[in-house]
Design a protein around this ligand. Sequence first.
Ligand code: PLP
Length: 368
Amino acid sequence: MQEFVLDRTAAAIADRPQALVGNTPVMWVGAPLAAADRGFWAKLEGFNPGGMKDRPALHMVRRARERGELAPGARIIESSSGTLGLGLALAGLVHGHPVTVVTDPGLEPIVARMLAAFGARVELVARPHATGGWQQARRDRVAELLAAEPAAWCPDQYGNPDAADGYTGLATELLEQIGQVDVLVCAVGTGGHSAGVARELRRHQPRLRLIGVDTVASTIFGQPAGPRLMRGLGSSIRPANVDYAAFDEIHWVAPAEAVWACRTLAATHYATGGWSVGAVALVAGWVARRTDPGTRIVAIFPDGPHRYFDTVYNDAYCRDHGLLTGPPPLDPATMAHPAERVVGSWTRCATVVDPATASGPGTGLVTA
Ligand SMILES: Cc1ncc(COP(=O)(O)O)c(C=O)c1O
């Protein structure tokens, strides 16, 4: 355990629901994910009312209203695997906008019910797009809904720069909480939080190392699209908000490895979350074990465990999907280029390329 101590002397007092967003705690995570004398700080974004994406949801809606792109009372329509949907439901409630969340059958039933309880309309797409998967199918449906309701507005979390800007406060909190961040470990889905948090931290600490965590079978960093169990991180499209130049290293993690990390975190730290939390914790623990003890490592935990009790924490589900395979290796496999081979388990690569612009082997693998 390092010597700096988090000072949480005053409990939050909220006069409005949006005042509950932000000021999330950080928690020290040591062995067995890291080691007895090494660890990392987990930023527990599950302490937000909906999750990490409450931040960009409120920010995008506020900016769109200021610019006049979102008229008073107009509908908000967005594609989401759940977390941004919850944030938009909050933002819609706060600012008086009806909200439609377009999602796919992988949405956990508890999230569908929460969205409905918070007043959002949930639209399920029936089948994936032939090459762009569920994400492209959702985005196509959003386009149809927008065409049918011209006053409606789509935040477009995949390409809207306000999504990344919405995380400035998260970076500021980290600086206040732990003073200095040497290594930041983030899951990557739309690319918003890795881009926004790293950019703000680097204004203070240009030498920050950013490690991105993706899932196997995700196209973001140049692997071919495939069926993906993990939600939140990964993509079957290439979101414009991914800041490729910002990353020093990428790790791909498989679902069974994330499940082991989630369950181990729960059993040893009473703090855990879903697929992205497990994947990020696995990688941050490895970084802690393999770097100097004084290195300050932060992992962003995007949400809490509750929506994953029928998947990650459900033995029958995990058995059916072959996810109870025990601890992953202590170290990931390494490859020199994302196009070297198709990865099926934890693998790291210190060459990061944008598959859309890379020449050479990086472009050949991507199908989305
Ligand atoms: C639970 C969870 N983890 C991680 C991510 C990835 O974050 P980002 O979209 O900022 O890359 C998301 C995105 O939706 C998410 O919902």
